[in-house]
Design a protein around this ligand. Structure first.
Ligand SMILES: Cc1cc2nc3c(=O)[nH]c(=O)nc-3n(C[C@H](O)[C@H](O)[C@H](O)COP(=O)(O)OP(=O)(O)OC[C@H]3O[C@@H](n4cnc5c(N)ncnc54)[C@H](O)[C@@H]3O)c2cc1C
Length: 312
């Protein structure tokens, strides 16, 4: 039977929603599921993780030097606890993509990235070529399967679990080689782009940073997160942490607005798992209409205020 260890992400006060999605993925493998939390003062976060249905145990490793999410220390902790597990999973977020490959290297196995579906205990599917092709991957059963979970492909495991929480002693030490300088937040009050239920994104058609205010206003009306195409980012209308797509964020909101965005494959790959996609574009042949559930052909500078008035 599989024994699965999930590395959970958190920000020091709340559990990242990606953990519940990793639990869904783990449940598809079948077997026992434990969650590992690394940090300092993890009490409340551990209680959150213990409440996810399907989790058998939450293991906490607390130390001052683990408060910062430094892969150099976190990978050592993960590997130290991984011994009795057949599978080691983490989210395909910045944190997971930092820690899991390092852990895989220390364990002497290859990492499987972006697991989007599970076909058997050692067989998964993952996207390649910006989501244009899906490959079947078989991992050797004689080795540990280490993988990142494409969180946009999985729904969250339900609440209602009552896992035991137990602590383990740290195996790593603070290192002078890598120093945590700090984390700067954009300081936005808007919902986080990667977890928002509704996202409004703007493209090159906005034409300027000032005009992008239209997107912010509409998003605020809906209580939505805000994203952008790479062209809008490259043109300097918005910061690059708002980029959606292959080289930006992969998101799966329930409702996605693509406004003045052509629908290039590199953008579309970031929203493939969105629920309903609404596109506004003045070109009726824009590729975004091929994947949109609702399409509005028109000039965004006319259509958007009309739409805002409807919501007002
Ligand atoms: C390796 C690589 C990685 C990439 N990664 C990403 C990525 O992660 N994310 C991403 O988004 N792109 C990415 N790109 C870039 C991608 O190929 C496109 O260039 C980009 O998505 C285009 O952005 P856009 O749709 O805003 O601009 P454009 O392609 O210029 O499209 C603008 C659209 O707005 C419409 N429009 C113009 N004026 C109006 C108006 N007044 N009202 C309504 N509609 C209007 C036009 O008809 C057009 O369809 C990547 C490219 C490469 C090569």
């Amino acid at each position: 039977m599989s024994r699965i260890l999930i590395l959970a992400e958190h920000d020091g006060s709340r559990l990242n929603p990606s953990t519940a999605k990793c639990v869904s993925c783990a449940a598809s493998f079948g077997g026992e599921i434990d969650v590992l939390l690394l940090g300092d003062s993890l009490g409340e976060i551990a209680a959150e993780a213990a409440g996810i249905e399907g989790v058998g145990a939450v293991i906490t490793v607390e130390a001052e030097h683990l408060a910062a999410p430094l892969a150099v220390c976190h990978a050592v902790e993960l590997v130290a606890l991984a011994e009795s597990y057949t599978h080691v999973l983490g989210p395909s977020t910045t944190y997971g993509k930092d820690v899991l490959p390092r852990a895989a290297a220390l364990l002497g196995v290859n990492q499987i990235s972006d697991i989007m579906s599970v076909e058997g205990p050692y067989q998964v599917k993952r996207p390649v070529y910006a989501g244009n092709a899906i490959v079947d991957v078989s991992a050797p059963e004689s080795a540990k399967l280490v993988g990142t979970v494409r969180v946009a492909s999985w729904s969250s495991a339900a609440d209602g679990g009552q896992a035991e929480v137990r602590s383990s002693t740290p195996n790593s030490q603070a290192t002078a080689d890598t120093t945590w300088l700090g984390l700067e937040s954009g300081g936005s009050e808007r919902p986080d782009l990667q977890t928002a239920r509704v996202v409004v994104s703007g493209g090159r058609a906005l034409g300027s940073q000032e005009n992008f205010e239209l997107i912010y206003q509409f998003a605020d009306q809906l209580g939505a997160g805000v994203g952008a195409s790479r062209a809008a980012v490259d043109a300097g209308y918005v910061p690059n942490d708002m980029q959606v797509g292959q080289t930006g964020k992969i998101i799966a909101p329930e409702l996605y607005f693509a406004i003045g965005i052509s629908g290039a494959i590199q953008h579309v790959t970031g929203i493939k798992d969105a629920g309903t996609i609404v596109a506004i574009n003045k070109d009726p042949d824009a590729p975004i209409f091929e994947i949109a559930d609702i399409g509005l052909v028109g000039d965004l500078f006319k259509v958007l205020p009309e739409l805002q008035a409807q919501f007002g």
